[in-house]
Write a protein that binds this ligand. Structure first.
Ligand code: PLP
Length: 621
């Protein structure tokens, strides 16, 4: 393995090949040859599919659907649980057609269904021919149109469950039932009191936005009884929030949900399904720790804990084991896609050589240069202090007009040269926290062809960590450390927290760039939430997307290509019609042509330059 800790976070899907390439392994074919990711990228590039590129690996998606269903099946067998598991995929986690279609296909043998939290998501769910026993669970706030379609879809054989979020929503349902004459399948969302830790703590506990308190639950039951519709209430739902770090929070919540289930059965509610929502995490850092980016359990352990907890509570109450439903999204799609981008250039915070100070330069310039004479390991800190002092003083002199541009340029270059010597001497990162802190200010900036806001919104919004690593040269010791800056004009547009073999670091070890060959970086496990949460900051649009399947022989098949947004497309998202823009530009060109007597060829060049922008990619090409 390497400094990047790929074996730790790679989930067996990503690994380092002997030639230093990152490789992807088809988890469904144990004896498959590992496919080189740089080879995939260069092959796609030859076909005209350029970076920045979102690579979706169909085999990874298939593996996680099989994985969660098999893990529940094994737990059910182990605990002699007398009920089945019926997972549903929450569409909001990744609504892209290529993803949902594959989930439905891979999930068919397991009757894996879908969860819809809005009208568009219900429309997506009902556009799929699901397995006979698969369910569609409708969560979220619903109006009469939403409820009507959900209720009527039962005529087509869909097992569409309307999960009541509030007593008011029940009134809408009752109205639609009267209007359509079709009985609904109903669920109730209960608000659990146990609070979880992690980024989504606020989705749990008393103050969470969704679900009903106990007394609202009772009033819903009474109202349904009064309407003679209590027999329609089949499912109990709860959801604690995403990425639950501690499995014991899962146990406690499942225990509480099971207690509600028992009490509802005792009230005469004929519940058959216990839906425990999402929350199953991904160990992004591979630490197996209780923190926002990791978790202290595996998928198999999660399934065991759920099955065991439910069966204990039901057995104690003498109640039949319910059909278990979970709405795992992150754990199903998270690992299946990665973003690959190329590094465009680097801003280096050191210099291999520097000019000599000139005779007329201020003495501080030669003081700066002289640091190199006394620099050694024992005087490292002193040298850093001196360099920083002299540079600050020189900058002050420049601001006040005592030194000119070329002298300042010389001083800066000498400073960077001293820094390069300091970097060579400094202890390895992680050995001395005080020096580390100083060195943080000297890491390079690698400018990369992507938008953080479009492709990795959670990195910006909630400090989500995704594993990041160069795709190539991993058999070479990285000789530099860098933060990765994107191409938006926003200083927040950078990645400056990285998962490495020895912990989280504020810089990524990288290799010196070589002019000839592209240097690619991958950000892994971004298949959950990132695609639609991404925004158009600076009008950088969707990247190209390639869906691939890993072949057993180490090759790959391109299953689908989705071209990224063109400039014209993103303009239309912000109320500009690209044709109107072309017309307006043409008028300006024509005016300038007549007023300034521009040659005809200028008109042609101007128009074709404008058109090339409109039809081209929003990214660096
Ligand atoms: N179900 C509901 C109701 C949700 O709100 C969510 C997302 O937070 C999920 C399921 C998916 O959760 P996860 O991605 O943690 O599996």
């Amino acid at each position: 393995d390497s400094v990047y800790g790929v074996d730790k976070w790679g989930m067996g899907l990503v690994s380092v090949l002997p030639n230093g390439d990152l490789g992807l392994k088809n988890p469904l074919k144990p004896d498959a040859v590992v496919t080189s990711l740089p080879d995939i990228i260069s092959n796609l590039s030859e076909r005209g599919i350029q970076t920045p590129l979102l690579v979706r690996v169909s085999s990874f998606l298939e593996q996680s659907i099989i994985g969660i269903n098999q893990s529940f099946a094994e737990a059910i067998e182990r605990y002699k649980y007398r009920g089945v598991y019926r997972g549903v995929f929450p569409i909001k986690v990744n609504q892209q057609a290529q993803v949902i279609q594959r989930i439905v296909e891979f999930g068919r043998p397991f009757s894996h269904g879908l969860e819809a939290g809005s009208k568009p998501e219900l429309a997506i769910a009902l556009a799929h021919d699901l397995a006979k026993d698969a369910m569609i669970i409708c969560n979220g706030v619903k109006d009469a149109d939403f409820v009507r379609l959900a209720v009527l879809s039962r005529k087509l054989g869909f097992n569409t469950v309307i999960v009541l979020e509030s007593p008011k929503e029940l009134e809408t349902v009752l109205q639609v039932v009267k209007e359509t004459g079709q009985e609904p399948l109903l669920g109730v969302r209960v608000k659990l009191t146990n609070e979880i830790s992690g980024n989504w703590a606020k989705s749990s506990g008393d103050r969470s936005t969704f679900g009903m308190h106990t007394d609202q639950l009772v009033s819903v039951i009474d109202r349904l009884k009064g309407e003679g519709l209590l027999h329609c209430l089949k499912l109990q739902h709860s959801h604690l929030g995403s990425q639950i770090p501690d499995v014991n929070d899962v146990r406690r919540a499942v225990g509480e949900a099971s207690r509600y289930f028992v009490e509802l059965i005792r009230e005469g509610v004929p519940l058959s399904h216990l839906d425990l929502g999402g929350g199953l995490g991904i160990d992004y850092t591979g630490e197996k720790a209780v923190n926002e980016n990791s978790m202290n359990y595996s998928m198999a352990e999660y399934c065991s804990n759920v099955v065991e907890t439910v069966s204990y509570v039901m057995d104690e109450a003498g109640i039949d084991h319910p059909i278990l439903v979970t709405e795992s999204g992150r754990a199903v799609t998270g690992s299946s896609s990665m973003l690959v981008f190329n590094v465009l250039e680097a801003t280096l915070y050191d210099a291999q050589s520097a000019p000599e100070p000139e005779a007329e330069d201020h003495h501080l310039v030669s003081d700066l240069a002289k640091i190199a004479d006394y620099l050694n390991l024992d005087r490292l800190q002193e040298s850093l202090n001196d360099a920083s002092f002299y540079r600050t003083e020189l900058r002050a002199l420049f601001r006040r007009g005592y030194i000119g541009l070329r002298e300042m340029a010389r001083a800066e270059r000498i400073y960077l040269h001293v820094m390069s010597k300091i970097k060579q001497l400094a202890p390895a990162f992680g050995e001395d926290p005080v020096i580390d802190e100083q060195m943080e200010k000297l890491v390079d900036i690698y400018h990369c062809n992507f938008s953080l806001f479009q492709s990795l919104p959670d990195t910006w919004a909630i400090d989500q960590l995704h594993p990041v690593a160069p795709l190539q040269r991993l058999n070479e010791q990285p000789d530099r450390r860098a933060v990765l800056s994107d191409i938006t004009c926003d200083s927040d547009g950078k990645i400056d927290k990285f998962i490495l073999a020895n912990g989280v670091s504020s810089a990524l070890p990288v290799h010196s760039l070589d002019e000839e060959t592209p240097y690619y970086v991958g950000v892994f496990f971004i298949g959950a939430y990132q695609e639609t949460l991404g925004d158009l900051h600076n009008l950088f649009g969707d990247t190209n997307i390639a869906t691939i399947e890993l072949r057993k022989d180490g090759g790959f098949d391109l299953l689908h290509e989705q071209e990224g947004d063109s400039v014209g497309e993103v303009l239309s998202y912000v109320e500009y019609d690209p044709r109107d823009c072309i017309d307006a530009f043409r008028q300006l060109v024509d005016r300038a042509t007549s007023e300034n007597n521009l040659p005809a060829s200028d008109r042609k060049n101007l128009m074709s330059a404008y058109r090339a922008i409109i039809s081209g990619s929003t990214y660096y090409v």
